[in-house]
Design a protein. Sequence first.
Length: 367
Amino acid sequence: MQTFSINYLNKMAEEVRREGLDAILIAPSEDLLFITGHNPIFCERFQGLFVKADGEYFYVCNLLTKDEMEAILPNKKVYAWFDGDGFQTAVRQALEENGLIGKTIGVNATVRAFNLLEISEAVDVHWVSARLLPQEIRIYKTDREIEAMREAANIAERALEQTLSKIRVGMTEGEVKSILLAHMAQFGGKNARALVAAGPNGGYPHYNLGLRTLEKADAIVIDFGCEYDLVRTDITRTVFLGEPTQKQREVYDLVRRANEAAEAIAAAGAWIPDLDEAARSVITEGGYGPWFTTRLGHGIGYLGHEAPDIKKNNCRHLEPRMCFTIEPGIYLGGEFGVRIEDCVVILPDGKAEILHHFTKDYIILDA
C-alpha cells in the first residue's frame, strides 16, 4: 500500500517551478493518490491539494473529509468548510495565508470548471491547465511498478484464455465482458475494465454498449486490462467467430504488421513520431490509411491513459522506464474493426520489453 510520499511531492513542486507556476491544485484522482497514497471520495463538493513551487502544501475540503485528510497529511494543514457556509471563504483564507492571491495556479485534469469559476468570483487568481504535470512525475516507472505491470499483463492474458473458451454464437457482447471481468478478478486483478465490440460495432474504436448478440463470422475486438499493486496494463486482441473472410484477413494482417513495425523500433532514444509513422505507413500503403483514425498509443501506469502519448505531434524521445501502448487499428464503421494492442516498457538498459505475450496469430473460435 502506497503512503504519503515527500519525494513525489517535492518532484511535483519541481515541475511547478519548471513550468513557471506558483502552485498546482490537484483534485481527487490517481494524481492525488500517487502523491498522498490516498484518494477520497469526490463529489460535487470542492476539495483538493495545493502544492506550491517552494514545496509547501495544504488541503481544502468540506468538514466531512477534514479528519480523513489530516490523518494523511504530515503537516495536517487542512482548511475545511461547512456545507451551510460555502467553500469560497475557506479557499480565500487558504490562498491569503499561503501567499497565492493574484498568483498563477495550475490545475490537474479532475478539477471541475464550475468550482474554478465560483472561486474566481471571490478571489483574484489566474488558473491555467497543468493536466500533464502530475503525469510527468510518474512517467518513469520504478522496478516495483514495472514488475507489477508484468503481473497485471499476466493476469489479463490468463483471463482472456479462459474467456475465449466460453464465447459462443448467441451470447451478447455484455456477457463476454462480464466473463472476462470475472476472470481478471479471480486471478487477482483489481479495477478491471473491458470493451467488447462485435461485428459492425468493432468499427467504432471505443464502442461499449454491450448489446449486440454475437453472430457467426463476427470479428470481435476485445480491449481490456486490470490493475495490480496500483498500476495497470492494457491489451487488445481481435478474434473471429468462425472462419474470417478474405477482407477480414487482409485488414488483420495489416494491423498486425503495423503493430510489429512500431514495436521493432521501440527503444530508448527513439523519436515518438517515428513509431507512429512506422505503423501508420504500413496501413496507409495497404490502402486503409483513412480508417486508422486514432493515435498509435498512450502512456500507461497509474491511469489507463497517461503520458507519453504515442502520436506524430508528441515530439520527444522514448526514455528508460517509460511505459506505453502500441495499438494500431483499422475501423470500418458499420462493418467491422481490428485492433492489436500491447504494452511496452523501455527497460533501464534502453531495450524494449513487450509485456504481453498472447498470440497475434489468427484466433478463430468455433461458431
